[in-house]
Design a protein around this ligand. Structure first.
Ligand code: KG4
Ligand code: ZN
Length: 338
């Protein structure tokens, strides 16, 4: 089964063709990230305008690179939630029109389910459920227990910022560019993770699987104000100490939950799963009996449409969509995964 996936929930306009949920035939991404670098964050109206400009050429390119015609496509999949409303609407409206014109079923996909299925794109072995997933990016930060295909339970989430959002905000405070994650982790290589003792929000027992990064963000802000001049050394030390504080909490809570829920596999997903320290620290802390997976190809960590088409295949296997389902697909800015 060949599915055309469409993803426009934030600032990436993406389309991909994936066969049977795992074989990527094409994966095209046009990002408007450079336009948002000036503002240090995504401006919804700018992102939506770019989606409108890019969506048709990106879909054409995805079909061309996959060497398929419309007649070869069995279904269309689109991210319908959560995300920036004006961005989601471009993808959803385009997908609905295409489903109507080409008479294809339309499969709505939750963005976080998409990130989760990014790990299945590269997975060579059968999954061993239950799987614990840390899905962490600019817009979300969750611990998800996956008991089977499309059987998710969110066991933890952030009480304030997502980790990726904290990376982006600290980068803005340091005036070093956007998106903050890759820039901070690069600078951190030259700094000391012990230079500043930034706080880790471990939270009380009721919140043991939840996260909070607002206190850390405030501590970084106060540290920045303590320095008359932000030299390259101070910036590198702040980057390294901040990154260590975030990753320490993410991996600690992940390992604790994996133990409590007796899982067989741990998956890292979402933009922050590209972080080298997160991968390293989780590898070091994980029990030898649990397998760790993360997207080897960094393109599957951040937003892409192959993950959407992949997720759609497994969703459709479990709950097949009806031919006229496209009429009822709606965009939602907020929608829980479970
Ligand atoms: O999944 P994604 O493309 O978009 C959302 O769904 O939000 O993730 C983007 C986020 C940004 O906040 C970015 O700073 C972060 O992922 N990110 C990273 C790294 N690469 C991207 N954070 C930490 N380390 C990285 N290497
Ligand atoms: Zn995402």
């Amino acid at each position: 089964m060949k599915i055309l996936g469409i993803e426009t929930s934030c600032d990436e306009t993406a389309a991909a063709v994936v066969e049977n949920g795992t074989k990527v035939l094409s994966n095209v991404i046009a990002s408007s990230v450079d336009l948002h670098a000036k503002t240090g964050g995504v401006v919804p109206e700018v992102a939506a305008r770019e989606h409108i400009r890019q969506i048709s050429p990106v879909i054409d390119q995805a079909l061309k690179e996959a060497s398929v015609e419309w007649s070869d496509i069995d279904a269309i999949a689109v991210t319908h939630a959560p995300g920036l409303m004006s961005s989601l609407l471009v993808g959803v409206n385009t997908a609905q029109s295409l489903a109507y014109i080409h008479k294809k079923p339309l499969i709505p996909v939750h963005h976080i389910a998409g990130h989760i299925y990014a790990n299945f794109l590269e997975k060579k072995e059968e999954p061993q459920f239950p799987i614990l997933i840390l899905t962490v990016s600019g817009g979300h930060n969750e611990l998800v227990l996956m008991k089977g295909h499309f059987d998710f339970e969110v066991i933890g989430e952030t009480l304030d910022d997502a980790a990726g959002e904290a990376f982006d905000k600290v980068a803005r405070m340091l005036d070093i560019g956007f998106p903050g994650g890759p820039i901070i982790s690069k600078l951190a290589e030259k700094g000391s993770p012990n230079a500043f003792d930034f706080p880790r929000a471990r939270l009380n027992k009721d919140n043991q699987y939840n996260f909070s990064f607002s206190g850390l963000k405030t501590a970084v802000k106060q540290e920045i104000h303590r320095h008359a001049e932000l030299t390259d050394t101070v910036i590198a030390d702040i980057a390294a100490s901040f990154q260590m504080a975030v990753v320490d909490v993410l991996s600690e809570k992940l390992i604790k939950a994996a133990d409590d829920f007796d899982v067989k596999e741990i998956h890292l997903a979402g933009g922050v799963s590209a972080n080298r320290l997160l991968r390293k620290m989780t590898t070091e802390r994980i029990d030898q009996s649990i397998k760790l997976f993360y997207p080897e190809n960094l393109i599957y960590c951040t937003d892409n449409a192959a993950m959407v088409a992949g997720a759609a295949y497994f969703s459709h296997q479990k709950n097949p969509v009806k031919a006229d389902q496209w009429k009822r697909v709606e965009a939602h800015s907020q929608l829980s995964l479970s």
